[in-house]
Design a protein around this ligand. Structure first.
Ligand code: PLP
Length: 453
């Protein structure tokens, strides 16, 4: 049954975010099982999962308590929904637990099955709210160039990456992009992080004024920009932009899909970076990636507007079959219980200095222009010339090559557009495993350098 998996894959599957033509030559990496921070391919080769899957498997790969929580719920009530007022205890308990944890005033929680659906829901709720408030023009959405918010028609419009727009007929009208807060690439020579932040806040102000504040509903931000390059915004950035948004009555939405649940050493990234959003989106680590679940926090003013609209129309016309899936909710509850009991968030704080020191050490490598991160997330930018920050021709695929060498060294990391490499291991990684991760990555960089020469 398991023979020829690679060949069968090529003939049957379409892979997300894959160069479909090149893939026909390279084929897949077929993984079979996982344990701790390791995953194993079908030949039994171990890899350190340096990306926690897709930024999600916070508790690692063999957590029996999560398996038991899923199994128990599957046996008891594998499915019921939340439509038309139907309910179940895992969803109620999870919503209560999340309300306690949220770093923002939260009246209610709405569940989805993914980060894309969570952000898509945010957009729709903003439109719904502004209609309820009689502000029919206030609908435009701003996000960052290089921001990542998902792949639905609305969220791919918010995403600020070329591959999500080119030939997809996106972004939709009404979706605007503010400059990327990446100091290494965006700052003028000699411009401090604080000055860069102030300049970007000025540019955001100008954008809102140009569009008309009465037409702009919200600004979506990731605390650390993940898929755009594991980019940590410069010092003072959120402090600088928040007064601008307040002045123009533009709501701030934090996309905590990656940073939520401990990644930066606080429960939510907003707490680490001084972000005071109106609402936030979460997904991924809420179940440690074991089952699909996402959602949004809803503040009281938004909830009141939703009440008014649904009373007028006769129903709240939004939701998917799996919104608040009971098995996913049960796994999320167990995930949070383990986080609290094992002090996972505090553990990230304790491990982060070592992780960040090893990351910063890579800045000395001839190929690395920038090595930057926070908590247990980091990004590297590969450059051809450190002084001028000149990059290799994208067609050379240098970061992709480095990621392939890392895989040969037994490490999974992810290359991102702009010759960047992301590192985002499970939060349960040990100090020794952090060393093994960076030793393997260093060898991969050395092999890349030798390959270029
Ligand atoms: N928002 C952020 C910050 C993400 O990183 C992602 C996915 O990586 C999403 C939204 C979309 O989530 P999903 O892939 O679950 O739809």
């Amino acid at each position: 049954m398991r023979s020829n998996l690679a060949a069968r894959d090529v003939e049957t599957l379409v892979h997300p975010y894959t160069n479909l033509a090149a893939f026909r030559e390279t084929g897949p990496l077929v993984l079979e099982r996982g344990h701790g921070v390791y995953v194993y391919d079908t030949d039994g080769r171990p890899y350190i999962e340096g990306m926690a899957g897709l930024w999600c498997t916070a508790l690692g790969y063999s957590n029996e308590e999560l398996v038991e929580a899923a199994s128990e719920q599957l046996s008891r009530l594998p499915f019921t929904h939340l439509f038309s007022g139907r309910s179940h205890d895992p969803a109620i308990e999870l919503a209560e637990t999340l309300k306690e944890l949220m770093p923002v005033p939260t009246s209610k929680v709405f569940f989805t099955s993914s980060g894309s659906e969570a952000n898509d829901t945010q957009v729709k709720l903003l439109w719904y709210m502004n209609n309820a408030l009689g502000r029919a023009a206030k609908k435009k959405i701003i996000s960052h160039v290089k921001g990542y918010h998902g792949v639905t028609v609305a969220t791919a419009s918010m995403t600020g990456l070329p591959a999500n727009h080119a030939d997809w007929d996106l972004p939709l009208p009404g979706f605007l992009h503010a400059p990327c807060p990446h100091h290494y690439r965006g700052a003028e020579p000699g411009e401090s992080e604080a000055a860069f932040s102030a300049r970007l806040a000025g540019e955001l102000d100008a954008l809102i004024l140009r569009e008309g504040p009465e037409t702009v509903a919200a600004f979506f931000v990731e605390p650390v920009m993940g898929a755009g390059g594991a980019i940590v915004p410069p010092a003072g950035y959120f402090e600088a932009i928040q007064p601008v948004l307040e002045r123009h009555d533009v709501r701030l939405v934090a996309d905590e899909v990656i940073c939520g649940f401990g990644r930066l050493g606080t429960w939510f990234g907003s707490e680490s970076l001084g972000i005071r959003p109106h609402t936030l989106s979460f997904a991924k680590a809420v179940t440690s990636g074991y089952l699909p679940l996402g959602g949004v926090s809803i503040d009281e003013p938004l909830y009141r507007a939703m009440l008014a609209e649904s009373a007028k129309i006769g129903t709240f016309g939004h939701g998917t079959t799996y919104s608040g899936h009971p098995v996913a909710c049960a796994v999320a509850l167990k995930t949070i219980e383990i986080f609290r009991r094992d002090r996972i968030v505090e553990g990230v704080g304790a491990k982060a200095p070592h992780f960040q020191a090893r990351l910063s050490g890579l800045a000395d490598h001839p190929l690395v222009g920038e090595a930057r991160g926070i908590g247990l997330i980091g990004g590297l930018e590969i450059v051809a010339d450190k002084g001028s920050k000149r990059q290799y021709d994208p067609k050379a695929g240098v970061a992709a090559r480095c990621v392939a060498f890392a895989q040969a060294e037994g490490l999974i990391v992810r290359f991102l557009a702009g010759d960047r490499i992301a590192i985002c291991p499970p939060l349960v990684i040990t100090s020794e495993e952090i060393d093994a991760l960076f030793d393997r990555l260093t060898r991969a960089l050395d092999r890349t350098l030798a390959w270029i020469a």
